[in-house]
Design a protein around this ligand. Structure first.
Ligand SMILES: *Cc1c(COP(=O)(O)O)cnc(C)c1O
Length: 338
């Protein structure tokens, strides 16, 4: 039971994305504990497969994986140089002139990268800031200049070409390795690849990488089954009533485990092999109720995340994205790495 994480599938997904951007190096994004799957396990496996560049959001996340990686792995911190951050052994991605000057004062000679804003207006230096800083920044020899796409999961969105043109205008001729593409950008094609690509979600089996191998299986244990007569209710708020005499199973996880409460009455299923059993009533903190009437025998475990119901199907039902499904999964399940 619990969460099964297929490391071989993560490596296969990385190799497949790297092959689509074969003129570039392929980094790995392992922020938020490798999208909830365990960076201390995922990052060393990717290193062993040849990955040398790892992106995290926070310096603390960088420190958590630094000791698991040999010295020639580069760990880049997307939030940059925040006051008080321990950046020993890490490479901050500097997002503003203030971060640049702080970093150059406190870490002279240490490696750093630069993020430029090419239109998303979230992180990175604006065109005017960069124009003023460019000569000084390039003289300090950044290891990478990067930007991030806002709409890469929509290939026809005009923001993609606009951001590409802006990034080119800001960086052409700078003589420093460049990076623009995350998973979605890799799929937009070679114009977007530059020198380094930064896949995250695609490694972990999520859209927009439709060819991804599934990485996660989540199996929940049946605690109890009961017979419910037609017309009886199930769960908080009595939101579900049996339309027929039914058998209801109660499984041992709920929203405290990151199974979003918005999956209540959403059409979400638990799977017994290939047989779909509807979630009925509300998702509770630690429990979910399931209609297993159509099963000849009720197994010990039912699967919530499996090839029949991958993370993006569950995300659609919950009104969110695969990223949030993965990063919501909490530590309460036993985890097995395959
Ligand atoms: C999260 C993130 C990535 C990875 O994005 P995916 O869509 O998960 O591939 C890459 N670059 C930056 C700056 C990010 O914040």
């Amino acid at each position: 039971m619990g969460l099964k994480i297929d490391i071989a599938a993560i490596l296969a997904n990385h190799a497949a994305l790297a092959a689509k951007a074969s003129a570039a190096r392929a980094a790995a994004v392992v922020k938020a504990d490798a999208y909830g799957l365990g960076a201390a396990r995922v990052a060393p496996a990717l290193y062993a497969a040849g990955v040398r560049d790892f992106f995290v959001a926070l310096a603390s996340e960088g420190q958590a994986i630094r000791s698991h990686l040999p010295d020639d792995a580069r760990v880049l911190v997307l939030s940059g140089h925040m006051d008080g951050a321990d950046l020993t052994g890490l490479t901050p991605v500097l997002n503003s002139p203030a971060q640049f000057f702080r970093d150059r004062t406190m870490r002279p000679g240490q490696p750093f990268a630069i993020q430029l804003d090419s239109g998303m207006n979230r992180l990175g230096m604006e065109a005017a800031e960069w124009a003023a800083l460019r000569d000084e920044a390039l003289a300090a020899r950044p290891v990478l200049i990067m930007s991030h796409l806002a709409c890469a999961d929509e290939p026809d969105h005009p923001a993609n070409a606009a951001q590409l043109a802006t990034f080119r205008a800001m960086t052409d001729g700078c003589g420093v390795p460049r990076s623009l593409a995350a998973t979605g950008g890799i799929l937009l094609g070679p114009d977007y690849h530059f020198d380094l690509v930064r896949p995250g979600i695609g490694l972990y089996g999520g859209m927009p990488f439709a060819e991804a191998r599934p990485v996660v299986r989540l199996s929940l244990r049946v605690i109890q089954t009961r017979e419910v007569k037609a017309g009886e209710m199930v769960g908080y708020g009595a939101t579900w009533h049996a339309a027929r005499d039914s058998r209801i199973a109660t499984v041992d996880a709920g929203y405290a485990d990151g199974i979003l409460r918005s999956l209540s009455s959403s059409g979400a299923m638990l799977y017994a092999g290939d047989t779909a059993c509807p979630v009925v009533g509300r998702v509770s903190m630690d429990l979910i109720t399931v209609d297993v009437t159509d099963l000849a025998t009720v197994p010990d475990e039912l699967d919530l995340i499996c090839p029949q119901q991958p993370i993006d199907s569950l995300a659609d039902l919950a009104g969110t994205i695969g990223y949030e499904i993965l990063t919501s999964l909490r530590q309460r399940y036993p985890r097995t790495y395959l």
